[in-house]
Ligand binder design. Structure first.
Ligand SMILES: O=P(O)(O)OC[C@H]1O[C@H](O)[C@H](O)[C@@H](O)[C@@H]1O
Length: 570
């Protein structure tokens, strides 16, 4: 309440903020939710609902985070290298990007800000191109329209990870006096050469580095006039770069969903701008049926996630690919094409996360490449590239996670839906040339490696109460871990917070070699598993699971049974 009244009265807050807060003076629950904590960094950085309050995204919390980041950058001597800044199509994204730049500028730090919205992966690319010390993207990725966020990147191009994230958070938390946060006039910052605008020149270089990753240009050429692609940017940043890359490669039949083409932070045609949500595809599928498309693609607002559907010629229906499926399809395409061309490096590596499909492991074995598993969050996949470079160990070939993110190449160090669209359309052209749809190809992958099937279900638990409920649920699993999940016996429990794997039969324990995180992973017999963790970016508890069946129907049946068993024990 003290904080609430401070925000209502202090001179440094603007009138709109104060009016918004006064209007909720009788609603203690709302006040508690807005002020019970400061916005924290989760797997996706700073993320929250826009509005007035310490637990909301607004120009003050953005400046506060930036002041902490600025203090850290100054401590590291990064003022001259500067910070690259991008934003997506969300309401207030541009304003927050500008606030970020001006706060950094007022701290003597150079900034390079994009002239208009750009995809997150292009920011990751740009900051390395410009030799910046850090990068910031204003985006809440795939969250609902009322959210916005602030992702922080470091000089290797990946999102910050431990211990740097903790160091930056500590700096942010030291900023307790809102009146001590610096900012300056834009005209002065421009005059002093601190505020620099970037655009076309970076786009050119980004496009050029994507095109270098094409493996079968002849397949694209052969199929450019017949492969039909429907695409929706869901009102986000993907529209310009995705169309551009497809056009420059020569694809002639690209249909963009007209109602979802232009940027709009209210996302008027969807309730949730997330390619994971089948509803986000309704308009695209309608268009696909009309034009008889081969593939249907959707990118999220900051164009780091890609969702796909492909026409199954056997049924005439469009089949949804999960993030695991599209990741595996692209991975198989990249690895097989490289092996065929004799350019698969002997020290190659693919990277996925502990909650992504186990099929990746088997696939890596087939191609004799290393498979590395990280915690959930693409930042850990991006971080691996830095480790490979520092230690001269592996060559990064492909990274993916179940949540519709993947990366080919090392031009960016975060998931990149633009490169994913490019590679996916190349793969679709390559297989179509050989008389196969992407559905046929997926079936071949299962025949080759086994019928792995994964699923994800979530429970939304909002606010203070929701957080407590999630903590209690995790605690319940920890103190009394289940012995079985339906017909499956639980072989071991991996508690990533404690860093311990416990064998349920013998009681023996061993240390896990991943950083601490509130995640519980249950290893089941018969290649099954499930995992529980609170989301780092949304007020949800997430259940991930995987099974392996003897065929598609068996895998489906097993998955259903396992899901029912998990839900029962919730
Ligand atoms: O499960 P969460 O913590 O909400 O994270 C889900 C996903 O959020 C963002 O998209 C991150 O960039 C991903 O790497 C992460 O996997």
């Amino acid at each position: 309440m003290e904080n609430y009244w401070f925000w209502c009265e202090a001179e440094l807050f603007d009138e709109d903020t104060k009016a918004e807060l006064r209007s909720i003076s009788g609603d203690r629950e709302e006040i508690a939710d807005r002020f019970y904590k400061e916005l924290e960094f989760g797997t996706g950085g700073l993320r929250g609902i826009m509005g007035a309050g310490t637990n909301r995204m607004n120009r003050y919390t953005v400046r506060k985070a930036t002041q902490g980041l600025a203090d850290y950058i100054c401590e590291q001597g990064g003022q001259e290298k500067g910070v690259a800044i991008a934003c997506d199509s969300r309401n207030f994204s541009e304003e927050f990007a500008k606030e970020t730049a001006l706060c950094l500028n007022a701290n003597g730090i150079k900034t390079y800000i994009f002239d208009s919205l750009r995809p997150t992966p292009e920011l990751s690319f740009a900051l390395r191109e410009l030799g910046c010390v850090a990068g910031v993207v204003i985006t809440a990725s795939h969250n609902p329209p009322e959210y916005n966020g602030y992702k922080v990147y470091w000089e290797d191009g990946a999102q910050i990870t431990a211990p740097r994230d903790k160091e930056i958070i500590a700096r942010v938390n030291q900023v307790t006096d809102y009146s001590a946060i610096r900012t300056m006039e834009k005209s002065v910052a421009v005059e002093q050469g601190l505020y620099q605008v970037i655009g076309d020149e970076i786009d050119e270089r980004y496009m050029a580095s994507l095109k270098k990753l094409i493996l079968h240009p002849e397949s694209i050429q052969n199929m450019a006039s017949t492969l039909k692609i429907v695409y929706t940017p869901i009102h986000g940043t993907g529209n310009v770069p995705v169309r551009r890359i497809l056009k420059e490669l020569g694809f002639e039949q690209v249909y963009v969903v007209p109602e979802q083409e232009l940027p709009d932070g209210s996302f008027p045609t969807v309730s949730y701008p997330n390619p994971e949500d089948p509803k986000a595809f309704s308009m695209a599928l309608e268009l696909a049926r009309k034009v008889d498309a081969d593939i249907v693609l959707a990118t999220d607002p900051d164009a780091d996630r890609l969702g796909i559907y492909a026409k199954d010629s056997r049924t005439g229906e469009y089949m949804a690919f999960t993030g695991n499926m599209s990741g595996l399809l692209l991975c198989e395409y990249q690895l097989s094409a490289k092996r065929e061309m004799g350019i698969l490096p002997s020290n190659g590596a693919i990277v996925s996360t502990i909650v992504s499909s186990d099929l990746a492991k088997t696939m890596a074995g087939e191609y004799g490449v290393k498979h590395i598993e990280t915690l959930t969050g693409f930042k850990y996949i991006g971080e691996q590239i830095k480790f490979f470079e520092e230690q001269g160990t592996c060559e990064f070939l492909f990274g993916f996670e179940e949540s519709y993110g993947c990366l080919i190449g090392t031009h960016a160090r975060d998931k990149d839906a633009v490169v994913a669209v490019m590679a996916l359309c190349e793969a679709a052209a390559y297989y179509k040339e050989r008389g196969r749809t992407l559905c046929d190809q997926m079936e071949q992958i299962y025949q080759k490696y086994g019928y792995f099937k994964e699923d994800l279900f979530t429970r939304t638990l909002k606010g203070l109460e929701g957080k407590a409920q999630m903590e209690a649920m995790m605690e319940g699993y920890r103190t009394a871990p289940p012995k079985n999940a339906g017909a499956y016996r639980i072989l071991s429990v991996h508690d990533y917070q404690a860093g311990i794997r416990k064998d349920m039969e013998t009681g023996e324990t061993e240390r896990l070699n991943l950083p601490g995180s509130d995640v519980l992973y249950f290893e089941l017999e018969d290649d099954g598993w499930f995992c529980v963790r609170p989301s780092g970016t949304e007020p949800k508890i997430k259940y991930y699971m995987g099974v392996k069946g003897s065929d598609a129907a068996d895998a489906c049946e097993k998955a259903e049974q396992l899901q029912a068993a998990i839900l029962e024990k919730q």
